[in-house]
Design a binder for this molecule. Sequence first.
Ligand code: DGY
Length: 322
Amino acid sequence: MKPKIYIARQIPSFVEEYIGKYCDYEKLGGDNDAGHEELLIKLHDKEGLLTAGTKIDKNLLDHAPKLKVVSNMSVGYNNFDIKEMKTRNVIGTNTPGVLNDTVADLIFALMLSSARKVAEMDRYVREGKWNSTDDEEVFGKDIHHATLGIIGMGRIGQDVAKRARYGFDMNVLYYNRSRKYDAEENLGVKYADLNTVLSQSDFILIMTSLTDETYHMIDEEQFDLMKRDSIFINASRGATVNEKALIKALEEKKILGAGLDVYEQEPIEKNNPLLKMKNVVLLPHIGSATIKTRSDMAMLAASNIVKALLGEVPPNIVPELK
Ligand code: DGY
């Protein structure tokens, strides 16, 4: 008998076919959170779950007594309650690597868009405001030769640094839990303590994963250290930043602007003050969202779940559950 799994994400049909060779599967019709109650019911006889972002907590695990593996179709896995999963011997996997360049590209889109007011100027043209380009309102901030501070120099951070150094002649500072000597040597990035990165950078990118230690790592105190003409970028997880402090920093012009792909509450709440701010570029968590990359992520997530259920060791078990 084939193992039973539940697919709680949209995946391409060729990936579904691959899974079908090895597993019996059911799948959700819509977005993964759309039917959480339905998901809990469906999980009662499932050994595997392919998802992204669904909270794998005590409640879900209580509904899934046969669960052996949760395959996340994302590199981030802050949705895993590691302790609960460990207690029940549930394996958790993610999809590192395949999305690095795509997320790094999007980070540059956020940097360029916020620095050169791309989204704002698009609205300006459409609203018929274009009479002259001497108006200071249209002037932006240069990226080339500026200093980029990267907090969290993992694989994606390094791909951003590569673009910054070789594409835009930027000076790159970074802060990370451990020094990345290879990146220093290969990319010419410089390590600095967090406060130095915050106070000396023109662009500050937070790219660290969300853990108990990094929750609200950027708060009021950190915004106070930033240059008044700096631009803050977050493409990691919303909760690495205290969003209230970010809003305050923008309102009080402690920083020039922000480019955001992630929020404390996703999808963003309708009354979030960020929605009314001109100096912010807002994206709907699309870091990895290209056709090719999402398809690669789906295939990797599928191969992780299949391997785990066939008794092989899947290559992408998250470190805390190894
Ligand atoms: C990830 O894979 O964790 C990204 O946030 C998805 O865009």
